[in-house]
Design a protein around this ligand. Structure first.
Ligand SMILES: Nc1ncnc2c1ncn2[C@@H]1O[C@H](COP(=O)(O)OP(=O)(O)OP(=O)(O)O)[C@@H](O)[C@H]1O
Length: 380
């Protein structure tokens, strides 16, 4: 007898139909912990989070933080030591045998090194989960063809993995992961082995599949750029603990944890380069000027801030560091400048003005004029 697949997956040989938008989380993780018998402490420690259906959810953290273990607990490649994992209403953390196999069909997974069978053609690799799910042979052909069409490999059905580029191999991985029409796709460092251009192509494909099918995508990565480019929400793991979680834009604009701040260093200019930081004093000095950091988001990113500081408030700002990026489709900028205050309240008025514009501005230190002059090659 054939094991059941999601009804839409078999309709008319079409592999995939949009999953209905539902507000209830598709993944609920409650108090998840994982300890390996040979490890010193827990690899995951009381992690709780929820992932909404249709979301692209990034999980970032340093090497060894527990990212892979977290996603492997979602599809039960790893058995949690404690807590609950519920995916599409199935408590995968408790299921066994046939019930677990059925629940797993709702969860596709792709890997850093693709994990394709070299002895099978592209079509043969995509066929594998259909064979395991005992989909009748007559139905497999059209499904495989539609899946390869979806990932842009219709002409490679009879090729072997050794004949494909890395990006093409990952496309096969995606087609294989989608074969059972899952509602969740887990991606474990799926672009880490790819060059930047191919990474962008695979991210575009994931975004496209997410939008067209309402597929929920969970992306484990140590590449902050990947999160910035496609994740709508992000979780930051540090030594097995969830240290930060929220909408990607909010976490990138206002990171709270040191680990998130340091992760963002190459993406958002929250942290000053050490050689600039070394010229700052935490307290005002006789020969110092205040340094302000301005985080500007959304529409306010287009305001003529520096012109305002000069024209309206008579400050003489000297830009130390800054950049503007697109994050989750919105501009996010961080600018650090020496305000050249004059000590007569103009800076306070300027900060109030920036706050009225919806900008987040704060004094982060005081630049010592001699040190600054040396940096700028001026007189000592
Ligand atoms: N099967 C296992 N047995 C013992 N220890 C394990 C096992 N799997 C993972 N670990 C340990 O758990 C910790 C977290 O590993 P995990 O792969 O989840 O981290 P990660 O954040 O994905 O790191 P990376 O980015 O390096 O893959 C590491 O210290 C790792 O050595």
């Amino acid at each position: 007898m054939n094991a059941p697949l999601p009804s839409e997956s078999l309709a008319a040989g079409l592999p995939l139909a949009p999953h209905p938008p539902v507000s209830e989380p598709v993944i609920r993780i409650e108090g998840l912990s994982k300890t390996f018998s040979d490890a010193a402490g827990p690899v995951l420690d009381d992690v709780s989070l929820q992932i909404a259906r249709g979301d692209i959810y990034g999980v970032i953290g340093r090497s060894g933080a527990g990212k892979s273990t977290l996603v492997r607990c979602i599809n039960r490649l790893e058995r949690p030591s404690g807590g609950r994992v519920v995916v599409s209403g199935h408590e995968t953390s408790r299921l066994e045998g046939r019930a677990l196999r059925t629940a797993r069909r709702d969860i596709g997974m792709i890997f850093q090194h693709f994990n394709l069978l070299s002895s099978r053609t592209v079509a043969g690799n995509v066929a594998l989960p259909l064979e395991v799910a005992r989909v009748p042979k007559a139905e497999r052909g059209p499904r495989i063809a539609a899946l390869l069409e979806l990932v842009g490999l219709a002409d490679k059905a009879q090729a072997y993995p050794s004949e494909l580029s890395g990006g093409q191999k990952q496309r096969v991985g995606i087609a294989r992961a989608l074969a059972t029409a899952p509602s969740v796709l887990l991606c474990d460092e799926a672009t880490s082995a790819l060059d930047p251009e191919t990474t962008q192509q695979i991210l575009a494909l994931l975004r496209d599949i997410n939008r067209r099918l309402g597929l929920t995508v969970v992306l484990v990565t140590h590449e902050m750029e990947v999160v910035r480019d496609i994740a709508s929400h992000v979780a930051v793991l540090e030594r097995g603990r969830l240290v930060e979680e929220g909408a990607t834009f909010d976490v990138l604009a206002f990171p709270k944890s040191p680990v998130a701040r340091s992760f963002l260093a190459g993406i958002v200019a929250h942290e000053l380069p050490p050689e600039i930081q070394a010229t700052l004093s935490p307290e005002p000095q006789a020969d110092s000027d205040p340094v302000i950091r301005i985080v500007f988001t959304g529409a306010a990113a287009n305001e003529p801030i520096v012109a305002d500081l000069v024209g309206r408030f008579g400050l003489r700002p000297n830009i130390l560091h800054g950049r503007i990026d697109q994050v989750a489709g919105r501009p996010l900028g961080v600018l650090t400048l020496v305000a050249g205050d004059g000590g007569d309240g103009r800076l306070a008025a300027a900060l109030a003005h920036l706050a009225r514009l919806g900008l987040h501005a704060e004094v982060i230190g005081h630049a010592l004029r001699p040190a600054l002059a040396r940096r700028h090659g001026g007189p000592r």
